[in-house]
Design a protein around this ligand. Structure first.
Ligand SMILES: O=P(O)(O)OC[C@H]1O[C@H](O)[C@H](O)[C@@H](O)[C@@H]1O
Length: 339
């Protein structure tokens, strides 16, 4: 049996019965003129489609509060999604932007990357103190601790995520509120599965000279010696105290992703490469060539919240289609010939 919460209602869904979640959303849509476009994919997962006037779009699942697609105005997909992804709860979906909370990786007693990525979130009717975002290009989601989660992680929390689409940019604002009577801490990551044309031709700039914890070397600490990060094998590193801007340069596509982040000082760089990709049941054997994870994260120093405190992060992902000026972290300037 799979249990979830929607607008404070708890519903139980047994396989084979009419999905009460679907009827719940239909009832919502009947009572309120909701501008959001909610559809159900072939697996019955409720999905919100965000659009904006230049024609770019994003798709967001209530399951995991996960962005699963971001297309530019030419309808080109910018995020990687595995062709072998499991689209069935309680599995996590390999691709898009999963939310890792309240634990990154295996840094604790919970399941890998915490439980938020495999819980059903709800539409958030009270995003305060953020203003309401009543339009087609923004959605507010919330995940609240359930009795079941309190058994394994006994901390009352509210995890919120605002996802906003604008021309050439996707913005995510995660927030965690302590609604418990005791302080708690957590680690967190927005795992950005970026779509790249050929991983061997990709450079990541902004992480040079920084310290990192190498997950492939028992989390030992090293200092980055290279001018830029390039890829010729498996990589799984937590870069520490990273700058607010990181550039992911896809030479073959002549496209640069710019990742701008705030409140999330660390950045994970992950590519499983050939052997690990083959070992992952939900990843195509060759998929490692066309994906790269560069995450916004808070890992080395867990975020500590006292009762009633709220933590807020922010990340903006944008793309520039141009050749990128190496070593120069404002790709927008490239467009205006400032190199
Ligand atoms: O397969 P997942 O649970 O999504 O995790 C994917 C990867 O995430 C992190 O970077 C971990 O350090 C890796 O060990 C793990 O393989």
């Amino acid at each position: 049996m799979f249990t979830w919460t929607f607008h404070e209602r708890r519903l139980d869904w047994r396989k084979g019965k009419v999905n009460p979640f679907v009827s719940s959303i239909r009832a919502e849509l009947r009572t309120k003129a909701m501008p959001l476009n909610i559809i159900h994919d072939k697996d019955g997962l409720p999905k919100i489609i965000l659009t904006e006037p230049t024609g770019s779009s994003a798709e967001v699942l209530l399951y995991g509060g996960q962005v699963v697609s971001w297309k530019n105005e030419r309808r080109e997909e910018l995020l990687y999604m595995s062709s072998k992804a499991f689209w069935k709860p309680p599995k996590a979906i390999r691709g898009g932007i999963p939310v890792c909370f309240p634990q990154f990786g295996n840094l604790g007693s919970l399941e890998q990357h915490g439980f938020a990525r495999n819980r059903m979130w709800s539409l958030d009717n009270d995003p305060s103190p953020l203003p309401h975002a009543n339009n087609q290009s923004s959605v507010d989601l919330v995940l609240k601790s359930t009795d079941e989660d309190l058994k394994t992680w006994p901390r009352g929390f509210e995890l919120r995520l605002r996802i906003s689409l604008s021309a050439g940019k996707l913005t995510l604002i995660p927030r965690v509120r302590n609604v418990d009577s005791k302080a708690f801490s957590f680690t967190f990551a927005l795992r950005n599965y970026l779509s790249v044309s050929d991983i061997s031709e990709v450079r990541v700039e902004g992480l040079e000279t920084l310290d990192y914890l190498d997950n492939l070397m028992r989390k030992e600490r090293f200092t980055e010696q290279a001018d830029a990060i390039t890829f010729d094998g498996e990589m799984d590193r937590v870069y520490l105290s990273t700058p607010t801007k990181i550039a992911i340069i896809d030479h073959e596509k002549k496209r640069t992703f710019e990742l701008w982040k705030d409140g999330m000082p660390d950045s994970v760089v992950w590519n499983p490469w050939e052997k690990k990709a083959k070992a992952l049941p939900d990843m195509g054997d060759e998929d490692y060539k066309s994906m790269l994870c560069v995450d916004s994260a808070a890992i080395e120093t867990p975020i500590l919240l006292k009762p009633f405190e709220e933590w807020k992060g922010r990340q903006e992902l944008s793309t520039v289609s141009s050749s990128y000026c190496s070593g120069q972290l404002d790709p927008r300037k490239v467009l205006h010939g400032f190199c």
